[in-house]
Design a binder for this molecule. Structure first.
Ligand SMILES: Cc1cc2nc3c(=O)[nH]c(=O)nc-3n(C[C@H](O)[C@H](O)[C@H](O)COP(=O)(O)OP(=O)(O)OC[C@H]3O[C@@H](n4cnc5c(N)ncnc54)[C@H](O)[C@@H]3O)c2cc1C
Length: 476
């Protein structure tokens, strides 16, 4: 590996592996591209298996079809092992993405021998130097500190580090102002995971209970609709929905601002459930504090209103965990916490899903040489990441680390003009597909029912991001 970038200089760390943090779809794709580039990946995965965060939402259907969810280098590895590719136009559930792609990929000897599961990276630094040391920094190996299963902590010496650890483990807090509500941590036992399977494996936690959903994205919309299905069978179930804004119009979508018929359908169904009183909507309900009592939790809004609930579902989005990168020299966008040049391209204030062009190592570079953040985490707090974009990122990063600057700078990804989101069940980039039968289905239902792609840029429903939403608010 050329760690100095000059192409012909002596490289003191060339025999060391490249650490990949996370074995999600992007981490595994990174490993496949590193192998093709002649580099040695060492993958650390915190969970028990590859795809551990997708395991949490295996009941949710993706909005992009198989052909955009597979990485080319990973497919080459799999095909050498007689793997059967899924139908390219079908929309997989999260569980299918694991079972039919990530698990077989992780089981290949080329990957499995380089994958350490149950291994959480807790810090990354340069060997023998903290962040303030500059001399010989670029040619000094990295140290990746890992807490392995059983609690043993070990330092691993590597030539480069690619952080593909996603953002799932750090959800945004319930409180306003970006901070946890007062009492939020104490109420942890009454706050669920962000996308529970309320009609399936997590049913018992919600059936017959008073449930508060917090948030105004499509995670909230999907969860509310699934809760309404649950309430039909479990009549004691009460559904409350708190949003900070003055209305839920943007979740309902509709009219010209709705690029996706299915999202319109989802929004209309949600609106009907609210109008029918199945869901009690509380607008302008920014949460200030939570009080945990013996039998329930009392939630107080900034304006003094209170409500009681048994369990809270936080649909508040995610942010990157930057703590493990504290000793590295990063250059992050001050608003979005993405690499500084990428930030303005994905800022949710101005952009919606997919409007960012494919990009690679150059855009993702940090002052810390040979360190990259890729995948979901590379988008920082922006909710609009697409796998297809991530696969192009890691192809380019692997080429850059191998010293092939030309390959690194040549964009390979060709997204069709119409985009990668499909109309049959797509709803948004953060949480796209309802698992309810009336919204899913058409793409799976027959050989001719290929999902019809829609424009990249529409799935959040905000063609110009939040700035457009504010304009609409002012005009209405
Ligand atoms: C419900 C939902 C539906 C989505 N649908 C689509 C879709 O249809 N199409 C699309 O293109 N995108 C979709 N996305 C967006 C995105 O593609 C996915 O979130 C995808 O999982 C991101 O892949 P990743 O590899 O970057 O991160 P992840 O899949 O989150 O993988 C990160 C991995 O890193 C591990 N990890 C985390 N921290 C550490 C650590 N400190 N040390 C070691 N390992 C660690 C995690 O356990 C995890 O396995 C969806 C997202 C969600 C939430």
């Amino acid at each position: 590996m050329n760690t100095t970038g000059s192409g012909d200089s002596v490289d003191p760390v060339k025999d060391l592996p490249v650490a990949v943090i996370g074995a999600g779809p992007v981490g595994l794709a990174t490993a496949a591209h590193l192998l093709e580039s002649g580099l040695e990946p060492l993958i650390f995965e915190a969970g028990p298996t590859a795809g551990a965060t997708i395991e949490q939402w295996r009941h949710i259907r993706l909005f992009s079809p198989w052909r955009f969810n597979l990485d080319a280098a990973a497919v080459r590895l799999l095909e050498a092992d007689r793997w059967e590719s899924p139908r390219p136009t079908a929309l997989p559930y999260g569980g299918e993405l694991i079972d039919n792609y990530l698990a077989p990929l992780a089981a290949l000897p080329a990957i499995s021998t380089r994958l350490q599961t149950g291994s959480r990276v807790i810090a990354v630094t340069r060997a023998g130097m903290d962040k303030t040391h500059t001399r010989n920094r670029a040619t000094t190996p990295f140290i990746v500190r890992v807490e392995h299963a059983g609690g043993e902590v070990r330092d691993h010496t590597v030539a480069a580090v690619i952080d593909a650890s996603g953002t799932w483990s750090t959800r945004n807090p319930l409180g306003t102002s970006g901070l946890p509500a007062i009492g939020e941590n104490t109420a942890a036992a009454r706050i669920s995971a962000p996308l529970p399977d309320v009609t399936g494996r997590d049913r018992a936690s919600f059936a017959g209970r008073r449930v508060l959903v917090v948030g105004a994205g499509h995670s909230a919309a999907n969860t509310l609709i699934n809760l309404a299905d649950l309430a039909k069978e479990e009549p004691g179930t009460t559904i409350l929905w708190a949003v900070r804004g003055a209305s839920a119009e943007k979740v309902y979508g509709g009219g010209d601002s709705d690029g996706l018929p299915a999202r319109g359908q989802l929004g209309s169904r949600l609106r009907r459930l609210v109008e029918a009183g199945t869901i009690e909507l509380l607008t302008g309900f920014g949460i200030s504090s939570l009080k945990t009592l013996d039998t329930h939790v009392s939630v107080e809004a900034v304006d003094g209103r209170t409500l009681d609930t048994d369990v809270i579902i936080p649909c508040t989005g995610f942010r990157p965990d930057l703590d493990i990168l504290r000793e590295l020299r990063l250059n992050l966008d001050p608003a979005v916490e993405a690499p500084v040049e990428l930030g303005p391209l994905i800022d949710p204030e101005f952009h919606s899903c997919g409007t960012v062009q494919p990009h690679g190592a150059r855009l993702l570079a940090h002052p810390e040489k040979d360190f990259y953040i890729v995948g979901m985490k590379s988008y920082g707090r922006a909710p609009t990441f697409l796998l297809a974009t991530g696969y192009e990122q890691v192809r380019s990063v692997a080429a850059a680390l191998a010293g092939d600057r030309e390959a690194a700078d040549t964009v390979h990804l060709e997204l069709p003009e119409t985009g990668v989101c499909s109309t049959d069940s797509g709803t948004s980039c953060d949480v796209p597909a309802a698992s309810t039968a009336d919204l899913a289905g058409s793409a799976e239902s027959g050989c001719c029912a290929a999902p019809e792609p829609v424009l990249i840029g529409f799935p959040t429903g905000l063609v110009h991001g939040r700035s457009a939403e504010q304009k609409e608010d002012t005009n209405s």
